[in-house]
Design a protein around this ligand. Structure first.
Ligand code: S3P
Length: 173
């Protein structure tokens, strides 16, 4: 049995809120890859993107992923772009059951309407950007994941319950 659970999926899918519910219920730690990056660099994600660039951010993201094979007993929330670097996937797979939290572009757009913390959504038409990111990334999430949970019109608690159910039925808990 894998010792960790990793949540992947686009910005606004609910990785943090669902991940927190899972970690409390399963008595596991909560490990947020973005938070680790911010602490390591002493800067917000927005500042890192603005001052150091996305390529540098992706390198930091990969460095945090290098810790995952040594981890045990964590629910891991990975940033929406973690699947862009193919080297990250085996690192996550090595110790995690992977859950893809999916949502339509319309759902994500509504959930992120007031968000100012996502640098990729600052410029241009937000819905268009979200659609483009989904088109590019959805196949990568699907390829990487063990289970997919559709989150549209569901609360974090409902998503959490579905994850517990699907993992129990597959002997992952
Ligand atoms: C990103 C998602 C963000 C964060 C950064 C880039 C992405 O994480 O890593 O803004 O490329 O989709 P969340 O998915 O937790 O918002």
């Amino acid at each position: 049995m894998k010792p960790n659970i990793a949540l992947i999926g686009p910005m606004g899918a609910g990785k943090t809120s669902v991940g927190r519910l899972l970690s409390v219920a399963l008595n596991m730690g909560f490990f947020d890859v973005d938070k680790e990056i911010q602490v390591a660099r002493g800067m917000s994600i927005t500042e890192i993107f603005q001052k150091l660039g996305e390529t540098y951010f992706r390198r930091l993201e990969h460095e945090v992923c290098l810790q995952i094979p040594q981890m045990q007993g964590f629910v891991i929330s990975a940033g929406g772009g973690v699947i862009l670097n193919p080297q990250n996937i085996p690192l996550i797979k090595s110790t995690c059951v992977i859950i893809f939290l999916s949502a339509t572009a319309t759902t994500l757009h509504a959930r992120l309407a007031d968000d100012i913390t996502r640098p990729l959504l600052v410029d241009g038409d937000r819905l268009e950007t979200i659609k483009n990111l989904l088109n590019q990334r959805e196949p990568l999430y699907i390829q990487a994941t063990d289970f997919t949970i559709k989150t549209d019109k569901k609360t974090p608690k409902q998503c959490f319950e579905e994850i517990i159910d699907i993992m129990s039925r597959h002997g992952c808990l």
